[in-house]
Design a protein around this ligand. Structure first.
Ligand code: FAD
Length: 335
């Protein structure tokens, strides 16, 4: 990480498909998949988002219909990271469109990517690089044993997958991992850029902003450490994890935006331009960081989740405690 090596290639396999199989898979699934994930012989991808259903994942419409010993798949997934290279996909598909609610009709598959009827089409990113595909299922047939758990358990398994995904570093289809450029790099850049014959680092306004970034970054890193110690987050165990992705990705986006803005007219230059500062790394990183604020749940959706699953619960608990105190007080006064 300190040497800015490229991200681990099998992010999805190592980061969330593997842990998911270890936690919820059968012995046969463990035997079949884990070794290939660890050796990176088997690259995994994730088929959750669809062209019309990204944040609203529960509304996924890709169909899986059981026919004898097979499932027949029809539909399309999009933003499939590593879709071109992947051998397997963790796939969320609808097995029962008549279920009592949209979530209950979903099932989860450990699907091969190399099956007749499954094709991928590369998507170019704003950075100019590739990394995603749109994946099409056209009467594709996969063995029925690819179903993970039972039919109808897809939503529950997908939520477990996202727990792994959201607490794992970003990166995904990115070249520079979002943690690989830090406030220390920003300080170095401010040393390099000259304004009125002096390094920007000597400007007190710039210093103020840098201190703010350093504090936020430190806060994020300390919270990350804290979340590893159960004893330090017993009250609301998930709130740190839930807020970590949101805070980190938004902080790093602001830092990169700031670094670009400090470059004046040169901020408009991009990688491969000889005149670009540091080879245009900040411009590239700035474009790239948006992916981290979107992938695995957008910042807006993360805000909703924090509000609903951490703050609302806390508010309810606080209300419960206050009610208890009040009842105790009334009992004391009237007793
Ligand atoms: C780097 C990267 C890698 C990815 N890799 C994969 C992958 O491997 N597999 C995969 O399946 N997907 C992947 N995705 C897709 C990602 O999960 C979706 O882009 C994301 O969930 C958002 O869905 P969407 O793009 O359809 O946007 P939409 O859901 O259409 O959202 C559009 C806008 O509306 C806002 N919005 C939506 N709903 C709400 C709401 N309820 N409240 C407030 N605001 C809302 C969003 O915040 C966003 O700003 C990846 C994305 C990125 C950027």
């Amino acid at each position: 990480m300190n040497h800015k090596a490229p991200i681990i290639f099998n992010t999805i396999g190592l980061g969330w498909a593997g842990p998911l199989i270890l936690k919820m898979g059968t012995e046969a699934e463990n035997q079949k998949y884990i070794k290939g994930i660890l050796t990176a012989d088997d690259i995994w991808c994730q088929g959750f988002s669809e062209p019309d259903n990204g944040s609203d994942l529960g509304n996924a419409q890709t169909r899986a219909v059981r026919e004898g010993d097979e499932y027949v798949l029809n539909g399309s997934k999009i933003w499939t990271t590593h879709g071109t290279y992947a051998k397997y996909m963790i796939l969320l598909a609808r097995t029962n469109p008549e279920a009592k609610n949209k979530y209950a009709g979903l099932s989860f598959f450990l699907s091969p990517m190399h099956a007749p009827g499954i094709t991928t089409s590369p998507i170019r990113k704003i950075t100019g690089e590739y990394g995603f595909t749109q994946t099409f299922f056209d009467e594709a047939r996969i063995p029925a044993e690819c179903l993970m758990g039972q039919e109808g358990q897809g939503w529950m398994i997908a939520m477990q997958t996202l727990q792994f995904e959201r607490s794992v570093d970003g990166g995904q289809a990115t070249k520079y991992n979002f943690k690989s450029i830090t406030s220390a790099d920003l300080i170095e850049t401010c040393r390099t850029i000259q304004r009125d014959g002096k390094p920007l680092l000597e400007d007190p306004v710039v210093q103020d902003q840098l201190v703010q970034f350093i504090m936020e970054e430190r806060n994020f890193l300390l919270n990350l450490k804290r979340s590893e110690l159960n004893a330090l987050c017993t009250d609301y165990p998930m709130s740190l994890m839930l807020s970590g992705k949101l805070e980190a990705t938004e902080l790093f986006r602001r830092m990169r935006q700031y670094a670009v803005s400090l470059q004046g007219a040169k901020g408009g230059l991009y990688i491969h331009d000889d005149e670009a500062l540091n080879g245009g790394i900040w411009q590239h990183a700035y474009f790239n960081i948006f992916s981290a604020t979107i992938g695995g749940g957008t910042s807006q959706v993360q805000n909703n989740i924090i509000a609903e699953h951490a703050l609302q619960r806390r508010a309810k608990d606080d209300f419960g405690k206050r009610t208890q105190l009040l009842q105790g007080y009334i009992a004391h006064r009237t007793g």
